[in-house]
Design a protein around this ligand. Sequence first.
Ligand code: PRT
Ligand code: ZN
Length: 284
Amino acid sequence: MITLAIQKSGRLSEKTVKLLHECGIAFENGGSSKLKSKAGNFPMQILYLRDDDIPECVSDGIADIGIVGENVYLEKKRPLAIVERLGFARCRLSIAVPKSMEYDNVGDLNGLNIATSYPNILKTFLKDNKIVANIHEISGSVEIAPGIGLADAIFDIVSTGSTLLSNGLREVETVLFSEAILVAGENLPEKVRKLLDKLLFRIRAVQTARNRKYILLNALNEQIDEICKLLPGMKSPTIMPLSTPGWSSLHSVIEEDEFWEKIEALKTAGAQGILVIPIEKMIV
Ligand code: PRT
Ligand code: ZN
């Protein structure tokens, strides 16, 4: 049995549960009162916690692994290994100052009162930049601190930037980029380690598939060489003759990022009837 700690409810929960379901792990969702549940078809127990408690829970061995924001992992400074970056709940931790304040460079932070829920990460940043400033730790609504005279600046999570904007603040230093990560305790027992490897194999298959698309297209046989150069695929494209003489169908896999660029190039090279299909799982 492997015990996984996940956020009970919040910005991480929905995508965490979705990822586990995509990995074929079936369990009842936490609900409002549930503290734990057991997967039906994988030897896994799931604990539902506040995200702030996940690093400690894993380092203390109450859970073997956990899914948490990298920001929380770094702030809590627990002896944990990052096993996998999960690519969701992306955000950044930044310093912001009132729009009206003059700000030229990091030296302007000297002597300021900075409000944050992430004192450890901020302390390290200030030390690295040889800044002497006062850290004012608060647990929530950090963005209102300058407006009510509680601080001169803030250090907080930014995603779209609209919270800063609506509070008259301006992002001046990006300290760290964060995403959801899978963490594990050090010295997991061999049996648990094996289950973690099994879970990782599934997570990677889901993640790899998410970044790729399956592509099918038709082309004249004399255009195939040119088109093949554009489609590296897992090994090489699959080419099958069409019932119309002189034509073939080509199947391959392309990266999501280069999708539009590739489609344009393929059309220019003579590809027709292009179909692009999502891939559910991909084992490379
Ligand atoms: O109850 P619990 O303690 O479990 O949850 P929580 O309230 O502490 O955390 P939660 O659910 O809000 O966030 C969980 C994790 O999601 C964070 O630790 C980050 O890793 C990640 N994440 C991603 C975010 C955001 N995006 C985000 N936008 N966490 C918080 N925010 C908040 C931010 O604090 C600020 O108030 O959203 C606001 C900024 O958003 P924009 O879009 O206006 O810039
Ligand atoms: Zn929290």
